[in-house]
Design a protein around this ligand. Structure first.
Ligand SMILES: [Zn+2]
Length: 92
């Protein structure tokens, strides 16, 4: 069955984690797929869900989340999570 709902927050977090992990500031952190997935799931557990069922709804929610203030706090949560996972990676 095709999934007909999307968590807009998930799309944002996945994209930002990819972008942040390729940035100069985070070169010292492990960016293997295991750590990346841990960062994404931990961040999502600390952020509200924004599920939508239509493309129109997706755009509307994305726009409302894409303000400077929202970007700042979402970014802050993701960066905190990068540090937590970096400090306690689940691999050797
Ligand atoms: Zn790793």
């Amino acid at each position: 069955m095709k999934r007909e709902y999307t968590n807009v927050m998930e799309e944002i977090v996945v994209t930002w984690v990819q972008v942040l992990m390729t940035g100069v500031e985070y070169q010292t952190f492990c960016s293997c797929s295991k750590c990346k997935n841990d960062i994404i799931t931990l961040s999502l557990n600390n952020l509200p869900n924004y599920y939508v069922t239509t493309e129109e709804g997706r755009k509307r929610v994305f726009e409302s989340l894409n303000t400077e203030e929202n970007r700042r706090w979402i970014n802050k949560r993701i960066i905190n999570t990068i540090h937590v996972v970096g400090q306690y990676p689940k691999h050797g």
